[in-house]
Design a protein around this ligand. Structure first.
Ligand SMILES: NC(=O)c1ccc[n+]([C@@H]2O[C@H](COP(=O)([O-])OP(=O)(O)OC[C@H]3O[C@@H](n4cnc5c(N)ncnc54)[C@H](OP(=O)(O)O)[C@@H]3O)[C@@H](O)[C@H]2O)c1
Length: 337
């Protein structure tokens, strides 16, 4: 019997500046056959993270770089279409890290079941890495308490939007920073934040001065650069700065100089701490169940930006860096069988 064709995107060239189609090769192969204890997973949705830009670079990080010629790494939700493992039968839905390809063989233990009743895309977003990053970053490092003023950058994105709403749920006054009126309108509308700053058309420093007259108690940073510097100028005494990401610098050819005002951490007796969500793996169950409850109760609004067609993976990835995505960036690859 003939095997299905497996379309793949391979890393062709390490990035130098803005990532795009030129960094990838399109490749077709025969879908592999599962061995004992293995399953063949068909990709239904691919998830995109800004961190993937870093995985493409040849440098030490918290996980090894993707090799040139290898399938681009990424998280997916898929369906088991061939199985040699009774615990993952044909037809079951799973989440795994099989990357930018339509089919992959993996040991059954590496295919995490999607819980019954959970919409297929949610384990890639609000109940997945981005939701969990927001959860652990905001609660464990930001430590929001009632009455705090909390500022979140990249606030309309997958991670930022959840982080901001978790602070709101904890009784904080929350200000989101995002690009453009549509995203800012979503923040003060559906996400029920107290205010939004459009960094593309407003003076962030001036707006922070106006909106945080007593300073900010928590700053959750997704973007780095000038916005981080503006936030550090407005710290209250004892502020917590959560370093989640620095997307404004990810496509720069040279590392950008750090904030010039780090001394404000000294003056304001504040702390700044980075996180990698994978360090919290042993507590993911706790995070998923609390996030799921907040979503079910209408406390957390979330958006998904679902593009179409496996052939569009590189362009879909690029949307994260041009700010075109409205919420969690996903690519619909196939429907369930
Ligand atoms: N530390 C961890 O473990 C961890 C885990 C997951 C994610 N992260 C980090 O969290 C951040 C958000 O990731 P996400 O997956 O949730 O993506 P996202 O926020 O859904 O999408 C990225 C957003 O970044 C904004 N952006 C792009 N270029 C920018 C620039 N030059 N200046 C300011 N904003 C810019 C855009 O929003 P605008 O239209 O508003 O500009 C874009 O929509 C990233 O920094 C990522 O690396 C960290």
């Amino acid at each position: 019997m003939s095997r299905p064709t497996n379309r793949q995107w391979l890393l062709a060239k390490r990035p130098d500046g803005m990532v795009g189609r030129h960094n990838f090769d399109f490749h077709e192969a025969e879908a592999p056959e599962p061995g004992p204890g293995e399953v063949l997973v068909k990709t239904l949705y691919l998830a995109f993270e800004p961190a993937m830009r870093g995985w493409m670079e040849d440098r030490e990080s918290y996980i090894p770089p993707v090799g040139v010629g290898e399938v681009m790494r990424g998280g997916i939700v898929g369906q088991v279409v061939e199985s040699n493992a009774s615990e993952r039968p044909v037809g079951s839905f799973v989440q795994c890290m099989t990357g930018w390809q339509e089919y992959a063989v993996i040991p059954a233990a590496q295919a995490t079941p999607v819980p019954e009743g959970t919409p297929l895309t949610w384990p890639l977003g609000v109940l997945g890495i981005t939701g969990l990053t927001a959860y652990f970053g905001m609660l464990d490092i930001g430590k929001p308490t009632e009455g705090d003023t909390v500022v979140v950058s990249g606030a309309a994105g997958a991670t930022g939007s959840v982080a901001a709403q978790i602070a709101r749920i904890h009784g904080c006054r929350v200000i989101g920073i995002a690009g453009g009126p549509e995203k800012c309108g979503w923040l003060t509308g559906k996400a029920r934040l107290d205010a939004a700053i459009d960094y593309k058309s407003e003076d962030v420093a001036a707006r922070l001065a106006e909106l945080c007259p007593k300073g900010l108690n928590v700053y959750f940073d997704n973007v780095g650069g000038e916005i981080l510097e503006a936030a550090l100028d407005h710290l209250a005494i004892g502020a917590r700065v959560v370093l989640c990401g620095g997307i404004s610098g990810y496509n720069e050819k040279e590392p950008q100089p750090g904030p010039r005002n780090l001394m404000n951490l000294v003056i304001q007796r504040s702390r700044m701490e980075g996180l990698i969500v994978l360090d919290y793996a042993s507590r993911f169950g706790e995070g998923v169940s609390r996030l799921a409850k907040w979503v079910a109760d209408g406390e957390i609004a979330h958006q998904e930006d679902i593009q179409e067609g496996f052939e569009n993976a590189p362009e879909t990835f690029q949307r994260l860096f041009t700010g075109k995505n409205l919420g969690k960036q996903l690519l619909h690859v196939a429907d369930p069988e």
